[in-house]
Design a protein around this ligand. Structure first.
Ligand SMILES: NC(=O)c1ccc[n+]([C@@H]2O[C@H](COP(=O)([O-])OP(=O)(O)OC[C@H]3O[C@@H](n4cnc5c(N)ncnc54)[C@H](O)[C@@H]3O)[C@@H](O)[C@H]2O)c1
Length: 251
């Protein structure tokens, strides 16, 4: 049991990667508080995980009052927080930078950057010393790609946030890292590929697979296992780092 008795807060916790992590964390002995915008998905996730091990809060990760309330709820129910997963995310529009709507740029940046910032801020406020904060960035935080300038920029910015917070939190023994998944076999990525395929005039799923040396998308459970590594004492001397789980795509 890698996370026996640990309390974890997961933003975007009703989505594919968030819920895959929640399943694995609960199986490893943790209790999880899921924060998401999607109440129906939250209810069904908690019904599956068990109400004794999981709680939920409808919260916009980029709304300070709502995200603060989520961390307070976890602390009030279970004591302090041990693991924080800043995972909420959206892809945004696909368009070249010359046509990219400024409002859409702000919307994407708000969720990933302001959202991760507030998650770190209120995570640290409610955490026990010695915990772990993980920001789910992306292979898109390590390389450029056309048509997704807001997403690429926001995912790069999360590394800067992580590096800064890692230096601040180290004196409390709290580790802070980013995880960089490559394309995952889930609705988030397939939705992006459907739209990108129309712009490129080609099958975007195959387009991505050709760029991945391992030749395929990741399963959400493969991403969850890397999150477990960063969440647990297995990574006790790892902080300020970028863990890449992309089948070789960014190499
Ligand atoms: N799917 C991929 O291929 C892939 C690859 C690399 C990185 N990522 C990143 O992984 C994270 C999780 O993505 P996923 O693949 O599970 O997608 P997903 O769409 O299944 O999950 C994202 C969840 O975030 C929630 N969300 C969106 N905006 C929110 C907000 N403002 N506040 C709270 N919750 C919000 C959504 O409701 C959803 O449940 C994202 O940050 C994404 O950028 C995904």
């Amino acid at each position: 049991m890698e996370l026996d008795g640990k309390v974890c807060v997961i933003t975007g916790g009703a989505g594919s990667i968030g819920l895959a992590a929640a399943r694995l964390f609960v199986a490893e002995g943790a209790r999880v508080m899921l924060a998401d915008l999607d109440e129906t998905a939250l209810r069904s996730a908690v019904a599956e995980l068990g109400a004794d091990r999981a709680g939920w809060q409808v919260a916009d990760a980029a709304d300070e009052e709502q995200i603060a309330a989520c961390f307070d709820a976890a602390r009030n129910r279970w004591g302090g927080v041990d693991v924080v997963l800043a995972n909420a995310g959206i892809t945004g529009t696909i368009a070249p930078v010359t046509e990219y709507p400024a409002d859409e740029f702000d919307r994407v940046y708000r969720v990933h950057v302001r959202g991760a910032f507030l998650t770190c801020k209120h995570g640290l406020r409610t955490m026990h010393d010695g915990g772990s904060v993980i920001i789910v960035s992306s292979v898109a935080g390590l390389r450029g790609d056309p048509g997704v300038s807001a997403y690429i920029t926001a995912k790069h910015a999360q590394i800067g946030l992580m590096r800064s917070v890692a230096k601040e939190a180290a004196e409390r023994g709290i580790r802070v890292n980013t995880l960089h998944p490559g394309p995952v076999d889930n609705g988030f990525q397939h939705g992006l590929e459907d739209r990108l395929g129309k712009v490129l005039g080609t099958d975007a799923t195959a387009f991505f697979d050709r760029q991945i040396p391992l030749g395929r998308h990741a399963a959400p459970t493969e991403i969850a296992r890397s999150l477990l590594y960063l969440a647990s004492a297995q990574s006790s001397f790892t902080t300020g780092s970028t863990l890449v789980v992309d089948g070789g795509m960014s190499g």
